[in-house]
Design a protein around this ligand. Structure first.
Ligand SMILES: [Zn+2]
Length: 140
């Protein structure tokens, strides 16, 4: 974790103004030490000393309730990645009589471009933009 540093002189930042009894923008007038600065409330113009919280004291607990954002778009991410690499590739027209194999690009009349993810003797899992669909193939 990066160490906290004071906002630069003449920069404004948001902090509590006791006089306004509200969060206000304060302009940094001067640094008085490496951890404190003179600041001025932009609303009531009261001047005060701002001191950086000591490292470790304010460190907020990482929330464990938030759901991991990275997992949510896995399907879309993977599909977009495939389209980025192979979007210009000519897809095979889909037909239940054709036998497909893994990684082939399919051009489905209804679902659009898809990529074969899994193959069984009579069905294929194809990744389309919205979801993976299981389609019948290799039908004699
Ligand atoms: Zn104020």
């Amino acid at each position: 974790m990066a160490e906290l540093t004071l906002p630069a002189v003449a920069k404004s930042f948001f902090t509590l103004c006791k006089k306004c009894d509200a969060d206000r923008y304060h302009r940094v007038l001067t640094h008085t030490s490496s951890t404190s600065a003179k600041i001025e409330c932009e609303v009531c113009h009261s001047k005060k000393t701002y001191t950086l919280p000591k490292p470790g004291v304010v460190r907020k607990k990482t929330s464990t309730t938030g759901r991991p954002a990275a997992r949510r778009n896995t399907h879309a991410d993977e599909y977009n990645q495939l389209m980025m690499n192979r979007g210009s590739e000519q897809g095979l027209a889909f037909s239940i009589r054709t036998k497909y194999s893994i990684d082939q690009k399919i051009d489905h009349p209804k679902f659009g471009a898809g990529f074969v993810k899994n193959v069984q003797s009579d069905r294929v899992d194809v990744m389309f933009q919205d979801e993976v669909k299981t389609l019948i193939h290799n039908k004699q």
